[in-house]
Design a binder for this molecule. Sequence first.
Ligand SMILES: Cc1cc2nc3c(=O)[nH]c(=O)nc-3n(C[C@H](O)[C@H](O)[C@H](O)COP(=O)(O)OP(=O)(O)OC[C@H]3O[C@@H](n4cnc5c(N)ncnc54)[C@H](O)[C@@H]3O)c2cc1C
Length: 415
Amino acid sequence: MYEHLLSEDALKLRDEVRDLVAWVPRQMILDMDAEKIRFPREFLAEAGKRNLLGVRYPKAWGGRGLDWVSTCMVMEEVGVLGYIFACTFGVGAELVCDAILRHGSDDQKTRYVKPLLAGELFAAEGLTEPRGGSDFFGTTTTARRDGDDFVLDGQKRFIVGAEGADYFLVYARTNPDAEPHKGITAFLVDRGPGVEVHYLYGLMGSRGGGTGRVVFKNCRVPKENVLGEIDGGVRVFETMMIPERLGTAAMTIGPARAALEVAGGYTTRRRAFGKTINAFQGVSFQVAEASMLLDAASSLVYTTARAVDAGETPSRTRRYISETKKFVTEACQKVVHNAMQVMGGIGYTNVYPIERIHRDLRLASIWTGTNEVMSMIIAHEWYTEYAKARAAKAPWRDYEADAAEADADGEKIYE
Ligand SMILES: Cc1cc2nc3c(=O)[nH]c(=O)nc-3n(C[C@H](O)[C@H](O)[C@H](O)COP(=O)(O)OP(=O)(O)OC[C@H]3O[C@@H](n4cnc5c(N)ncnc54)[C@H](O)[C@@H]3O)c2cc1C
């Protein structure tokens, strides 16, 4: 669907990613789902060795100097292994490193980005707290200044990659008296004294990615590890929403595509009433709907990626990204639903991977901002743009008047 948007270099890169995907042993996927492997260290190290982490970053910091379109392609291809592979791939390389490269010092880039992209160091992002994830500004983790250090106390939960992380990007309240968006700071916190990780979730799916709770108790962080400005965490948070949500959308396509291909193989071989079942419209129309949704999802991901690459305005970017995250995650969940449905009972068993993909992808509409939060942002940005367009006297034509009774007396009542 998106091949025409990829450069020659990006197409070659796709072959490289597919080679990495082919390298992963089947047992690794099964062991992660069974939580015999709690964190895919070996996979991330191999991806780093092959220079596939963070391809859009400058070569000087370990990337390949490519763009968001290429990044989305990489995330999609990694996703066919299973959602959690792409989640762990994305959290360190695509989220945390993005924040450091945008807001960090050269020293931070050298210490934290270069080794992570080489697959030698691992990172996680701690935003959600037991108290809530949607309400970021309600953060209760605190960071108290003490000489040249900050002292962190608090908890973050549902943190992908916590189990294997060498460092964490964490938001904490540094100024309790300021308005919420003026009193939060982003920190790079090394795993060490004062940091406890509890791997404790009975997750429905997306297992084996080291998801855990991270507890900070009297945890000393030197001021050199403040990311961006003190009390300026909101600026880090805002830029991170691009990789969080666009990355989430792109990686969701991979497993859905895999599920549909498995269903394609089954429905062209399985027979009922003397025919292969794809001869029945009840089956093939569900496949048609899934194919359409996948293509629509890809179109949105790669068009939005182009918009980000082209430097679209922050407001439009927020709307496009939120629309993409919401639409793609819901469309892909429907794709997997259809894939299971056309396989009948066997699709519901672990003889085929669709039941795992179904469990894994349920996460997509919940994490990196729920889809309800996406709707809030979309509505806000749409109305803001609408008001601006009205003020600028656009559109050029008054569509509302193009109705026979447009001037009817007493009909246009608003209160
Ligand atoms: C497997 C997994 C991995 C995760 N990985 C990470 C990670 O690596 N790092 C990280 O920081 N977080 C992570 N999360 C957390 C995830 O991002 C949050 O769970 C999510 O943002 C929702 O927060 P919450 O669970 O606290 O729900 P709440 O914020 O309590 O929301 C509960 C419900 O209320 C709705 N709601 C809340 N406010 C509003 C509103 N204003 N309008 C309409 N509806 C509203 C929500 O949409 C939701 O349906 C992960 C979660 C899971 C399950």
